[in-house]
Design a protein around this ligand. Structure first.
Ligand SMILES: [Zn+2]
Length: 464
């Protein structure tokens, strides 16, 4: 019987990530509208007629990768701010950049960052955008992701009133200018104005440690009111829970549990420094953790308790967390997740390539609340195609191991989001690829120069 679909991806190795974790040699995926219509062997799908058939032989067809936590505007400082731990990195580099960047510069950086992600097989991004975070710029950032064809959310980062913790740790007061009321009203305006079937806006108290407690509560209430998820940073640096404990008399996740803020709609970037009671609360409430191994290595922040958090019931996704010292390439991030866990535990069985791939697909989709993350009939058609032709991919006994240990985003030949091809043959299909790169150079150079951010710190700071 002949059946019709819009696109047929035929001839590749299909890594389904379905419940049985089927890997289909000589497989095929049929896409109709924005959903997957069928997955099977090429022979099983031989009766399908497609408007467009894409030959995927010599390639792997995978679920699109989910970047659970990013700050695309930070691309403006790519390669800068080297050699600092979190609080110094924030106070001396990132927050001054955030306070000084102009809307058109931030949007140019967001666009090139999103383009990099799209070119690397990422189909969904949770972009924790906080500079500039006024409603007008936020809506432009959301539109940038939408227009490029991506799926995801702008987790709109909010600073609110200047807290004692922020002041004591030398964070720039320039970012903490608005009252809780103003921040809640501005967030409400964004949530009310923005309309898209693919890109949402989520409230994001920027960091539970240095945000005002009323602000955190108010933003979570707003997320509930609009039935969207929310994301924040918490316990990224070793000192964070200690700082919080000293200021408020309890650890941050214990406070959130007490306030009934923990739920499957909450996700926490990092959540590295957790005690057993906090792990139990996060797991028990099935919260999400956005794990950012490359950022954690770069800032020397620490290794999260992956096994304990998963065992307790937390949903784990993986993220790039900006681009200051690394690429926004989920393949590299998956690989680093394995290496960090093994090095930290001194246990080669602490995790495997299969788990890294699962967190970047199914885990991220669950954290984001989207019906994707695996290639199965009925799921959203978010798909990437990865070439096996490079010398670094030969031979290929276990496609998932090759994807995690050997592949890079540059091996991606096609990215599909919502049933639409958004990247192919080295270029984005819906936007002007070269123009986005050209504008990023121009605007990012302007902001770094104007703010006098050092571009050669490493040379001067090199240990003798
Ligand atoms: Zn972050």
């Amino acid at each position: 019987m002949t059946q019709h679909c819009d696109v047929l991806l035929r001839g590749g190795v299909v890594v389904t990530m379905d419940d049985a974790r089927r890997v289909i040699e000589h497989g095929a995926v049929a896409v109709r509208g924005n959903r997957i219509a069928a997955v099977g062997t090429q022979a099983e799908l031989s009766g399908w007629q497609a408007d467009r058939t894409i030959d995927c032989s010599g390639q792997v067809v995978i679920p699109g990768l989910v970047d659970s936590h990013n700050h695309l505007f930070q691309v403006a400082g790519r390669g800068l701010g080297d050699g600092m731990a979190l609080w110094q990195w924030l106070s001396e580099f990132m927050l001054p950049l955030a306070a000084g960047i102009r809307p058109e510069e931030a949007v140019a950086a967001v666009r090139v960052g999103a383009l990099e992600a799209l070119s690397s097989g990422t189909t969904t991004i949770i972009d924790n955008h906080y500079a500039p975070n006024d409603a007008a710029t936020t809506l432009q950032v959301a539109a940038a992701l939408h227009d490029m064809g991506l799926r995801g959310a702008i987790a709109l980062g909010v600073f609110g009133p200047f807290t004692d913790i922020a002041r004591d740790n030398q964070l720039s007061p320039l970012l903490f200018q608005n009252s809780t009321r103003h921040e809640i009203d501005s967030m409400r305006e964004c949530l009310t104005e923005w309309r898209s079937d693919r890109v949402q806006i989520w409230p994001s108290p920027i960091n539970v440690i240095y945000n005002d407690q009323d602000l955190v509560r108010g933003l979570v209430e707003l997320a509930d009111e609009f039935n969207v998820r929310w994301q924040t940073h918490c316990s990224e640096a070793l000192v964070d829970p200690e700082i919080y404990l000293q200021a408020y008399g309890l650890r941050p996740f214990i406070w959130m549990e007490k306030e009934r803020l923990l739920s499957p709609h909450a996700s926490f970037a990092h959540a590295i420094w957790l005690d057993d009671a906090e792990i139990e609360r996060i797991g028990g409430r099935q919260c999400g953790i956005a794990h950012n191994p490359m950022s954690n290595e770069y800032l020397a922040s620490g290794a999260m308790r992956l096994r304990d958090a998963r065992k307790a019931g937390a949903t784990i996704g993986m993220g790039a967390d900006g681009a200051a010292g690394h690429l926004m390439d989920m393949f590299q991030i998956m690989r680093q997740m394995v290496y960090v866990q093994r090095l930290h535990t001194l246990d080669p069985e602490a995790t495997f390539a299969e788990e890294a791939f699962e967190l970047a697909t199914r885990g991220g989709a669950q954290l984001a609340g989207i019906d994707a993350g695996c290639l199965e009939a009925g799921k959203l058609a978010d798909i990437a195609v990865v070439s096996l032709r490079g010398a670094h991919m030969a031979p290929c006994f276990n496609p998932v191991a090759n994807l995690v240990y050997c592949a890079s985003g540059r091996d991606v030949t096609l990215t599909m989001v919502d049933g639409r091809v958004v990247y192919e043959n080295g270029r984005a299909t819906l936007v002007d690829h070269e123009e986005i790169v050209r504008k990023a150079h121009e605007h990012c150079n302007a902001v770094i120069k104007r703010l006098n951010i050092p571009t050669r710190r490493g040379q001067a700071a090199l240990p003798q």
